[in-house]
Ligand binder design. Sequence first.
Ligand code: ZN
Length: 267
Amino acid sequence: MWNDDKKCAVVLSFDFDAESIWIVHGLTTPAFMSRGAYGANVGVPRILGLLEKYDIPATFFVPAETVRRHERVVKEIHAEGHEIAHHGDIHETPTGLVIEAERRILETGMQAIETIVGEPPRGYRSPAWDLSPNSIRLFREFGLLYDSSVMGDDFRPYLLDDGGKEAEIVELPVSWELDDAPHFLFNFIPYMAGLSAPSKVYETWAAEFDGAYECGGVFTLTMHPQIIGRYHRIRMLDRLIEHIAGHDGVWFATCSEVATDWVSGRK
Ligand code: ZN
C-alpha cells in the first residue's frame, strides 16, 4: 500500500532542461536556444495549467543553468507546490568525470536550488541517465534521499547497489518507453526521428500504467517542457491523466514523497 491506503503511486516528472541540453552539446545558435526558451515560456505554463486542473503535484528536475536563466519560472513552479530536484549544472554527463568535477557539479546544483526553494534538493536525476563509479558515494556525501536515473526495475523502487552492498539511496527507476524524448523529439544532429503520433504514445503509456496499477507499483513518467509542451501532446497527457485518475486508489505524488513512503514501508 502507498500513503497508508493507496494501491498505486503515480509520478509525473519533468526534466526542465531549457537551453542547457543544447548548450552542453555546443549547439548555441538561435534555433536551438529558441527551443530551450520555448520550454520555459510555453511548455512550463501549459504543464502547470494541466497540473492545476487535476490538482496534482509533480517533480521538476532542473539544471543550475536553467535556474540561473529562468529563475522566475523555477520560482513559479516551486510556488505552485511542486518539487524541484537536481539535474546537474549545465546538463553534464557524469560517467567520465573525475570525482572532484562531479562533486563540483553536484554542489553547484544543490546551491542553485537551495537559493530558490530555501532548502537543498532531496533527489537527483542524471542528465545522461547513467552514473559514474563515484556517484553513489557523492549522493551520500550530499545527503540525497533518492536518485532517478537508471533502469533496474519498472514499477518498483529499490536501493542502489554500492559495490555489493545496498546504499541508503532509493532508486526510482526510469525507462526510455516512459520518456517523451525518444517518442517525440526530432533533431538533425544527432539525428532523432521523433514526431510520433500522440495516439501511439498514449497506447504505450496507458498500458504501462495499467501494469503498474495491477501490481500495486509506481508509474513514473519522464517528460520535458520543450517536448511535451506542444499543444497536441499536452492534450494527450490530459487524456492520460484522466484515464489514470479514473482508477480507485491512485496516489499522484512527487519523487521525494514516493521515496519517503517506500523507505517507511521497509521499516
Ligand atoms: Zn535533462
